[in-house]
Design a protein around this ligand. Structure first.
Ligand code: HEM
Length: 426
């Protein structure tokens, strides 16, 4: 891999990040990359564990997220907070994501899935990635504010999508572009933020009786204090960027893989028929934990196509990784589930979709680990299971003949231009 003067590895990295990082890992050791800053790509479970849980205090999140500008864009919620501030916020909010707290969302997930699938007709070719993203978006909005609090949910959904497009633009560009550039994406973002702010203010003033907003309002710090209004707003803003696109991607990739593995699909259907017997009982808190094979299918899909395909840390101080690599202050650390999840040292025959295979911890880390591990992991499994358990017995998805998948590695891992699948009746 050519290391150009000044440009370093950027000319090879930027056009095809996934391929570049895979090749870098295949060269062995702990690859040192020149991508603006000195960057280490971690490739062993030992190094990954060390950074996420062994010495996490030495590894902070990327300044693009935690800087003043990052906070202005993504809010001053738990995702952009660091150090003691992050721990305080995380401890406060954690109980809202406990399986018992999110149990009431089963009904919302069932209702929204039923409503969404009502538009599906056998014979259609649908852009399933857009479909799944819209469904997941509708569920996160309902989960935040309760099902009937907002006067215009569709406007909020559009605004969240526009905000997401702006964040994608901001976080994926090589250098942060000036905010005042007169680009359509910038105007749409500003308009979107007005709609989002108005929706949150309306919902909080209406004192929703259910949902994350209501839970957040009821939470108290150890000293008895409550979150300020701006803090509640920013935590909701955080869920708007973290809580739907990832699940939409996970569902899309699962449908894509099932379409190509009819035997796995047959085993899922057999489990669903056994655990959700005739009469069409809906997946809920009593049945979802019994759908063990479906869970393995989702886990294996997250291995092959991890929605959060990469996340980044910056070293604060000197350190030495278990692999022997030296870390200097300011070294950028790439944690890349895409690369490690496909490493044959940890996953024999790594490209094969095998739901029942072992997925060793820290070689497999689609939700991260440690203090900053995904707070929404249980929510994600609950939602993905409900949707798949309702969709699969009714519809079969096929990959259209001649379709060629091109991956897009932006904030999350998606199919470029969406993923068309043919919908067939069961
Ligand atoms: C398949 C779906 C999902 C995947 C693959 C995923 C992945 C991740 C990963 C890898 C991280 C850690 C990033 C890091 O350490 O820098 C993370 C953090 C986070 N996730 Fe998720 N996520 C998913 C769904 C969700 C959902 C549904 C929610 C909310 C309802 C959510 C909320 C968050 C938040 C707030 C954080 C930041 C936590 C912190 O910094 O303390 N995620 N997610």
């Amino acid at each position: 891999m050519t290391n150009w003067p000044i440009l370093g590895h950027l000319p090879a990295y930027l056009p095809d990040k996934l391929n570049f990082l895979t090749r870098a890992a295949q060269a062995g050791g702990t690859p040192e990359l020149q991508l603006g800053e000195r960057t280490l790509l971690l490739t062993t479970p030992g190094d990954i564990q060390h950074v996420l849980t062994g010495n996490p205090g030495n590894y902070t999140k990327s300044p693009r997220l935690t800087s003043e500008r990052g906070k202005r864009l993504s809010g001053r919620g738990m995702q952009t907070a660091v150090g003691a501030e992050h721990l305080r916020q995380r401890r406060l909010l954690q109980p809202a994501f406990h399986p018992r707290s999110i149990e009431p969302f089963y009904e919302l997930m069932q209702v929204r899935t039923t409503r969404h699938l009502a538009a599906w007709r056998p014979g259609q070719t649908r852009n399933v990635s857009e479909d799944m993203e819209q469904l997941a978006l509708s569920i996160i909005i309902g989960s935040m504010f309760g099902p009937d609090t907002l006067p215009d949910e569709a406007a909020l959904a559009r605004a969240i999508t526009h905000r997401r497009a702006y964040l994608e633009f901001f976080y994926s560009s090589l250098f942060p572009f000036p905010e005042y550039l007169p680009l359509p994406v910038v105007f749409r973002f500003r308009h979107a933020m007005r709609t989002i702010d108005a929706s949150i203010a309306h919902a909080l003033a209406a004192k929703p009786g259910s949902g994350f907003a209501a839970m957040f309002a009821a939470m108290r710090y150890p000293d008895g204090g409550e979150m300020t209004f701006p803090q509640q707003r920013d935590e909701l803003l955080t869920l708007m960027s973290t809580g739907y696109e990832t699940i939409g991607d996970a569902l899309t990739w699962t449908l894509y893989l099932l379409a190509q593995h009819p035997q796995v699909e047959a085993a899922v259907l057999e489990e669903l028929a056994r655990e959700l017997p005739a009469g069409g009982s809906l997946p809920d808190a009593s049945t979802v934990p019994r759908l063990r094979y479906l869970r393995q299918v989702i886990e294996e899909s997250l291995r092959l196509y991890p929605p959060t395909w990469i996340f980044i840390r910056m070293a604060v101080d000197h350190d030495r990784l278990p692999s022997g690599a030296r870390v200097e202050p300011g070294t950028k650390i790439y944690l890349c589930p895409w690369v490690t999840h496909r490493d044959p040292r940890y996953f024999p025959d790594p490209l094969r979709f095998v739901p029942e295979r072992a997925r060793p911890r820290f070689a497999y880390f689609p939700f991260g680990a440690g203090q900053r591990t995904c707070i929404g992991e249980q929510f994600a499994f609950q939602e993905a299971t409900v949707i798949l358990a309702m969709l699969l017995p009714r519809f079969r998805c096929d990959v259209p003949a001649g379709h060629k998948l091109t991956l897009q590695s932006g904030i999350t891992l998606r199919a470029r231009n969406g993923l068309p699948l043919r919908i067939l009746a069961r």
